[in-house]
Design a protein around this ligand. Structure first.
Ligand code: KIV
Length: 284
C-alpha cells in the first residue's frame, strides 16, 4: 500500500468491529505532497468532536488558539493561555487515534525567548500534541530551530496571522505588492529552519500557488485558493454552527440551526408532557 493510499479514509473504519487505522505521521504528509494527494485539517477543541472528525478520516486536527474566540467567548485569540491549550490538546488527544494532532502555541508563549517557547511546547506535547504550530516569518527561525532540535515538529503559519491582528490592522489579505517577495522569503526561511508544513491564511491564490511550488514541504491553505497542498477550516465555520462565516468558507452543513431546532423540540416536548413517553421509562 502506498503512503497516499494509507492516508485515504477507509469506509471500513466506520464499522465498530473494524481495526483502527494507524496514526498519521510526518512522513505520510511529505509523501502526500510528493504524490499530489490533497491533505485535510480541521480545528478541534474537545474529545467529542475530535472523535467524529478522526472517524471521518481527517489527516490532521489543529487544536487552534481559535479556541479563544470559537469556544471560550473571547473577542480574539490573544487572551488564550498555555494552560488553556494544554487543557484542550489533552481533550482532543483523548478523543482520537488516527489524526496527527497539532497544538497551537498561544500569543506570548514563544516570541521573546526560544527557550521559554521550548518549555511551553513541551507542555503541549506532554498533553498529547504530536506537533506545535506558531505564527510568523523569519523572526521565528531561532524558535523553530530550538524546537526541532528538541524533537518537537513545528508547523509554520504565514499570511494573516491572527495573533498579530492589531499590528496587521485586522483580518485582511496578506502578500500583495511589495509583501509578495517577503512572504516567499519567509516561507523558504521557515522551511530551512525545519518546519514540516506551512499554513497560508488569507493569501491571494496565485501567491499561495507560487509558495507551494517553491517549497518541498506541504502548504495548508485557509482563504488561500485551491493550489495549496491541503486545506484547513475552523470546524464550526465548516459545519455552519454560527450565523456568519468568512467569505472563503464553504458551509458543509447547517448544524447551528439543526441544534437550535433540536433544543426547541426538546423544550416543547418536556413542557407539553410528550417526553418522556412510556418508551423512555419502561425497563426493556
Ligand atoms: O487557530 C486556528 O484555528 C488557526 C487556523 C485558522 C489555521 O490557526
Amino acid at each position: 500500500m502506498s503512503s497516499a493510499q494509507y492516508l485515504q479514509p477507509d469506509a471500513s473504519t466506520q464499522a465498530a468491529a473494524a481495526p483502527r487505522p494507524k496514526r498519521v505521521r510526518l512522513h505520510h504528509l511529505a509523501a502526500a505532497k510528493a504524490e499530489g494527494r490533497k491533505l485535510t485539517m480541521l480545528t478541534a477543541y474537545d474529545a467529542l468532536t475530535a472523535h467524529i472528525f478522526d472517524e471521518a478520516g481527517v489527516d490532521m486536527l489543529l487544536v487552534g488558539d481559535s479556541v479563544g474566540n470559537v469556544m471560550l467567548g473571547y473577542p480574539s485569540t490573544l487572551p488564550v493561555t498555555v494552560e488553556d491549550m494544554v487543557h484542550h490538546v489533552a481533550a482532543v488527544s483523548r478523543g482520537t487515534s488516527r489524526a496527527l494532532i497539532v497544538g497551537d502555541m498561544p500569543f506570548g508563549s514563544y516570541e521573546a525567548d526560544a527557550r521559554e517557547g521550548y518549555a511551553n511546547a513541551v507542555r503541549l506535547m506532554k498533553a498529547g500534541a504530536h506537533a506545535v504550530k506558531l505564527e510568523g516569518g523569519a523572526a521565528r527561525v531561532e524558535a523553530i530551530r530550538v524546537l526541532t532540535a528538541g524533537a518537537i515538529p513545528v508547523m509554520g503559519h504565514l499570511g494573516y496571522t491572527p495573533q498579530s491582528e492589531h499590528a496587521l490592522g485586522g483580518p485582511r489579505m496578506q502578500g500583495r505588492g511589495d509583501q509578495r517577495a517577503r512572504m516567499l522569503a519567509d516561507a523558504l526561511a521557515l522551511q530551512e529552519a525545519g518546519v514540516f508544513a506551512l499554513v497560508l491564511e488569507m493569501v491571494p491564490a496565485d501567491i499561495a500557488a507560487e509558495i507551494t511550488q517553491a517549497l518541498d514541504i506541504p502548504t495548508i491553505g485557509i482563504g488561500a485558493g485551491p493550489h495549496t497542498d491541503g486545506q484547513v477550516l475552523v470546524w464550526s465555520d465548516m459545519a455552519g454552527m454560527t450565523e456568519w462565516t468568512p467569505r472563503f468558507v464553504r458551509r458543509f452543513a447547517e448544524l447551528g440551526q439543526a441544534l437550535k431546532e433540536a433544543a426547541a423540540d426538546y423544550i416543547a416536548s418536556v413542557e407539553d408532557g410528550s417526553f418522556p413517553s412510556e418508551d423512555h421509562y419502561h425497563a426493556h
